[in-house]
Design a protein around this ligand. Structure first.
Ligand code: AKB
Length: 327
């Protein structure tokens, strides 16, 4: 599908100039695909441009799509200009498990892409930036239960180190250059419409696919490893809500803790078993066990609740019911 402001009527041109024009970079990813679909529903398909290095996934084929490598800053500039972009959601990153296999590449991708976009926002190429952080910013010496917003952080994965450094860059660009950047520390995100790749929390997505396919599930984490998790609909809503919150309500410019539920592999398995009594699980922990053990078990998100009214809608039973019904 092509797009050109030149074809619009005078009224539409005026409308076009007033509207938010959104660019989602990393739109084919687990969060990107669902976020883009939701943004298109809210702002109109023509106002939300999806971009990714790969060809569009099925859910994105209805709207404008640009093949874009976020590391190619000139091409990013070109796309920002072409569509008069006002808001960017920058979702590209190598996740925790994959990043451990290529630390240098992960660092370069995760950091340089963010700093480039912060610079472009500073130079006025667009007005507001969303960038995701993660519970991976926490480390072995961070308080594990109800981890506070402000706390000791000593991440020991490359992904976590890049997210913590990214948070500091965001805060710095807000303080020094008034860049309107907003961010959330996502827990593990679980959905059924799109597939994750390379994360430590991804077992909680795979397990539903196996249950639905009537196959046994081998879990790469131990049965009692508790991690914070969130259903994708809640994550998408939180993301759009923080981007729409009045600037004066955003008191955290590094990244907000947000929380919905926490569970272990055994607990999600027991929940699925209520629907599929014959479902079987076994445990074969690998290097991801160490990553999971370095993270928090549960998160205190009272600052997000206070500042912009964050509240989750899905707990483990409700999420399980919806996923198993729709998968
Ligand atoms: C991962 O497991 O790497 C991600 C995350 C928690 O950021 N899902």
């Amino acid at each position: 599908r092509t797009f050109s402001t030149g074809n619009l009527t005078t009224f539409d041109e005026q409308h076009f100039t007033l509207m938010n024009h959104i660019l989602v970079i990393g739109a084919c990813g687990q969060l990107g695909a669902e976020l883009t679909v939701q943004l298109r529903q809210i702002y109109g398909t023509e106002n939300v441009i999806a971009a990714d290095k790969r060809e569009p996934v099925a859910a994105l084929q209805d709207g404008i799509f640009e093949v874009l490598d976020v590391m190619d800053i000139n091409r990013v500039k070109e796309v920002l200009k072409k569509y008069q972009i006002t808001e960017v959601y920058h979702l590209v990153a190598l996740l925790s498990a994959t990043a451990e296999a290529s630390p240098r590449f992960a660092w370069e991708l995760n950091m340089n892409s963010l700093v480039n976009l912060l610079d472009l926002a500073k130079e006025g190429h667009f007005k507001r930036l969303y960038w995701p952080s993660s519970i991976a910013v926490f480390g072995p010496n961070t308080p594990k239960v109800n981890t506070p917003q402000q706390t000791f952080m000593d991440p020991n994965t490359i992904y976590g180190i890049s997210k913590l450094a990214g948070e500091r860059w965001c805060d710095y660009y807000f303080e020094k250059h008034h860049v309107d950047v907003r961010s959330l520390r996502y827990p593990g995100l679980i959905g059924y419409k799109s597939l994750p790749g390379g994360g430590t929390t991804d077992y909680a997505v795979d397990i539903y696919h196996k249950a639905k396919a009537m196959q046994d599930f081998s879990c790469f984490l131990k049965e009692n490893t508790r991690l914070p998790m969130m259903y994708m609909d809640d994550a998408v809503r939180a993301t759009i809500d923080i981007m729409n919150a009045p600037a004066e309500q955003i008191t955290i410019r590094s990244s907000y803790n947000i929380s919905a539920m926490s569970f272990t592999p055994k607990e999600i398995y027991e929940e699925i078993k209520k629907h599929y009594p014959d479902f079987k699980i076994s445990y074969a922990p690998d290097f991801r066990q160490g990553i999971a053990e370095s993270w928090s078990e549960s998160i205190d998100d009272s600052t997000a609740q206070r500042d912009w009214g964050w509240e989750p809608e899905f707990d483990l039973p409700k999420m399980t019911e919806v996923i198993l019904e729709n998968l």
